[in-house]
Design a protein around this ligand. Structure first.
Ligand code: SF4
Length: 407
């Protein structure tokens, strides 16, 4: 309990815990789980009260990415039977975004598969941002288009983007085991470009990819150093047809400890519960609201979330409230650094999900080299007891389809 008292004191003072303390959170036994949640909950309430920010994902371009991120259903050679489509038109994206906003989302996250945008892609997304802003007064827009080239962040900012998402995903030491087509340093560079352009940076991680506790602590400490305004925490959705399809190694208790550790290390940052919450936390999702202050509403990029109304009911039943459009997300000391929507970095607040990376893109093209089939059956079996593989549902509605979105 000394550990938890120390971490609460540090969290209330925005003081960085030691690595040993962060590791100790991950090592707490299940018997102490509620104590851990209660302690991190105090830190959460200090900086964010009982507010829950809702974010809504719009997948602008889905599948057939040339990158090889092992966790991603849109990766090179993925055999996952996801929706594949090229760029949505601005009016299509705006219509999808409006459904999320009507459901209570304060931020719309525009994501596209691919290594990074061409300048033409940036033009296209700029028109989409403008269309969404015109139709939805006060909405925050975050772009997630992959690795940025020089000048692209400025152009997105000029088009009205409030934030840019690009996740670190995992520790620098293990990054090469997850992805070979770009580097950890590439990712850090893009986050820096976004910050330099005055965009609110959003950068987070994916847990459950076979990493060690030390890797998790490494990536969260790296995020603290990078100082994004929001940190999405994804729990791997092991898609059939991807190399990590058999990585079922998370329990609800483990997820809660990870979220608590992130809250202690990044106490005053928007911590967002992202992809995989339904699959891995299951009936324990409401407890996570004591740790995070932000979630995605409805569906993810390529998988379905629980019904949007179920998200709203869960928030209300757990005694939390949806953050209104007029409320600044971040605490004053961070928001003051920014202008606009309440983050820092020159202007706004912050986002991710899903594919857990970024987003961006190259086309749904035949030019993408046909990758070797993923030998999912040969992947190591790491399934924990109680894993619910049946909860992974490919998204078949919303953006890119004729069916109504889930919001
Ligand atoms: S995470 Fe992004 S860059 Fe990586 S494979 Fe998926 S869509 Fe492509």
């Amino acid at each position: 309990m000394d550990l938890l008292n120390t971490l609460v004191d540090k969290g209330l003072r925005r003081e960085l815990p030691t690595r040993e303390e962060a590791l100790a959170v991950l090592a707490t036994p299940d018997d102490q789980l509620l104590d851990v949640v209660a302690a991190a909950g105090k830190v959460r309430r200090q900086w964010f009260g009982r507010r829950v920010k809702l974010n809504y994902l719009v997948n602008l371009k889905s599948g057939l990415c040339p990158e090889d991120c092992s966790y991603c259903s849109q990766r090179l050679g993925s055999k996952a039977e996801i929706l594949k489509y090229t760029w949505l038109k601005p009016e299509e994206a705006s219509k999808a975004a409006a459904a999320g906003v009507a459901g209570g989302a304060k931020r719309v996250c525009l994501v596209a598969s691919g290594r990074g945008p061409t300048d033409r892609d940036v033009d296209r997304v700029s028109k989409t941002i403008e269309a969404i802003k015109e139709e939805n007064e006060g909405v925050e827009v975050c772009a997630c288009l992959g690795l940025l080239s020089e000048g692209q962040a400025d152009r997105l900012r000029s088009a009205g983007a409030d934030a840019y998402n690009h996740n670190l995903n995992t520790s620098e030491g293990t990054y090469g085991e997850i992805t070979t087509t770009h580097t950890y340093a590439d990712r850090v560079d893009t986050v820096h470009q976004a910050q330099a352009a005055g965009l609110s940076a959003c950068s987070g991680l994916i847990a459950g990819m076979g990493e060690s506790d030390a890797d998790l602590v490494d990536v969260v400490f790296s995020l603290r150093e990078l100082d994004p305004d929001s940190v999405p925490v994804n729990f791997l959705i092991p898609f059939e047809g991807t190399p990590l399809a058999k990585e079922w190694n998370l329990t609800p208790q483990r997820c809660l400890r990870i979220l608590a550790m992130v809250r202690f290390v990044c106490p005053d940052v928007e911590v967002r519960l992202a992809g995989g919450r339904e699959v891995h936390l299951r009936s324990m999702q409401p407890l996570a609201l004591h740790l995070v202050n932000s979630i995605f509403l409805g569906d993810y990029l390529t998988s379905e979330g629980q019904a949007g109304q179920a998200d709203l009911d869960m928030i209300a039943d757990a005694g939390f409230e949806v953050e209104g459009a007029g409320t600044t997300t971040l605490p004053r000391h961070r928001a003051d650094v920014a202008a606009g929507c309440g983050s820092h970095a020159g202007g706004h607040a912050s986002e991710s999900e899903g594919c857990g990376s970024h987003a961006g893109g190259c086309g749904p093209c035949g030019e993408v080299p046909e990758a070797e089939a993923v030998p999912a059956a040969e992947a190591p079996e790491t399934q924990v007891p109680g894993a619910r593989t049946d909860l992974v549902a490919v998204r078949r509605r919303g953006a890119g389809t004729d069916l109504a979105p889930n919001a």
